[in-house]
Design a binder for this molecule. Structure first.
Ligand code: ADP
Ligand code: X2W
Length: 261
C-alpha cells in the first residue's frame, strides 16, 4: 500500500494539540494518504507515578521500567492517552480506532537490557496484516507503545521507536515526529536538515540530549527503502502540513538543499 504517513504525537505536546491539528490528519486522509498515529505520554506517566509515589529514572531518554512502572505506563498509555486521542480524532470526523501494541500482537518486543532498563522493550516485529486491513477499511489507527513477547510478557516501548518500526515495516512515505520544539536546535537555532553524521556528532557533544536521543536514533533506524526523510516538528498551534509544507527539521540519509516536502 502506498501513501502511508506515520505521525508520532509526543507526550510533551499531546494536551496542546489543537482542533486544527486533528483536522489536518483528516485532510491527509481525504487527500488519499493513510495516516497512522503512534503516541507517547511521558509527562502523563510521570504525573501518575508521582501520585502513586513510584520512583522512576531515565537512562539516555528511556524510562527504567520496573513491574510497578510498567503497570502504570500501560494504564496511562493504553487507557488514558490512547482513548483521549482517539476521541479527539473522532470529534473532527475521523474513523479512528485506538489500539495498543498488545492488541493482535501489533508490536512484538523483546527486552533491550533487562538488568539496566527492566521491562523496556525493543520493537522487533509488527502485525502488518492487521494494520493494512485497518487502513484498507479506512480506519486511522491510534497506537499506544506497549508491546508483548511470545510468552505474553508486556513491555514499555519508547513511542519514537514504535513509530519508526511501523513506518519502516509498512514502507511508509513519511514519518513525522510531533513534539514540543520546532525541530532540532543548535545554539538555539533550528537546523532545517540534519544527516546521520551530524546526529552522531551532536549526540557526542551534548547538543542532542534527553528525549531527543531516542527520537533521532529511531529516525535513523527507520530511514530505509521508501522512507527517504523523517521530520521533527512542533505540535503547538499549527496544523500538520500548513500549505503542504512542514516547518521543522528534516532528517535525511544525505544532506539535501530543500526544507519542505
Ligand atoms: N538539540 C535539541 N533540539 C531540540 N530539543 C532538544 C535537543 N536536545 C534535546 N532536546 C529536548 O528534547 C525534547 C523533546 O523530547 P521529549 O521530551 O521526549 O518529547 P516527546 O514527548 O515529544 O517525545 C525537547 O523538549 C528538548 O528538551
Ligand atoms: C521506555 C520508555 O521510555 N517509554 C516511554 C513511553 C512513552 C513515550 O515514549 O512518551 P513520549 O513520546 O512522551 O516520550 C515512557 O515510559 O515514558
Amino acid at each position: 500500500m502506498n501513501n502511508i504517513v506515520v505521525v508520532k504525537c509526543g507526550g510533551s505536546t499531546i494536551t496542546e494539540l489543537t482542533e486544527s491539528f486533528f483536522e489536518s490528519i483528516v485532510q491527509l486522509k481525504n487527500a488519499g494518504k493513510h495516516p497512522i498515529i503512534v503516541h507517547g505520554g511521558g509527562p502523563a506517566i510521570n504525573k501518575m507515578l508521582t501520585q502513586l509515589q513510584i520512583p522512576s529514572t531515565f537512562i539516555d531518554g528511556l524510562r527504567k521500567t520496573t513491574e510497578e512502572v510498567l503497570e502504570t505506563a500501560e494504564m496511562v498509555l493504553c487507557g488514558k492517552m490512547n482513548k483521549q486521542l482517539t476521541r479527539k480524532l473522532q470529534s473532527v470526523g475521523a474513523k479512528a480506532i485506538g489500539l495498543s501494541g498488545t492488541d493482535g500482537k501489533l508490536i512484538v518486543a523483546e527486552a533491550i537490557d533487562k538488568e539496566k532498563l527492566g521491562f523496556v522493550g525493543e520493537p522487533v516485529q509488527i502485525n502488518k496484516k492487521l494494520l493494512l486491513s485497518l487502513l484498507d477499511s479506512d480506519f486511522i489507527p491510534v497506537i499506544a507503545p506497549i508491546g508483548v513477547d511470545q510468552s505474553g510478557q508486556h513491555y514499555n516501548i519508547n513511542a519514537d521507536s514504535a513509530a519508526a518500526i511501523i513506518a519502516a515495516e509498512l514502507k511508509a512515505e513519511e514519518l513525522v515526529f510531533v513534539t514540543d520544539v520546532d525541530g532540532i536546535l543548535k545554539d538555539k537555532h533550528l537546523l532545517p536538515t540534519i544527516t546521520a553524521e551530524e546526529i552522531a556528532l551532536y549526540i557526542n557533544d551534548g547538543t542532542i540530549y534527553g528525549g531527543m536521543i531516542p527520537k533521532v536514533k529511531a529516525a535513523l533506524k527507520s530511514l530505509t527503502g521508501s522512507l527517504q526523510s523523517v521530520w521533527i516538528m512542533n505540535g503547538k498551534g499549527t496544523s500538520l502540513f500548513a500549505n503542504g509544507t512542514i516547518y521543522g527539521t528534516k532528517i535525511t540519509k544525505k544532506q539535501v538543499a530543500t526544507t519542505a516536502t
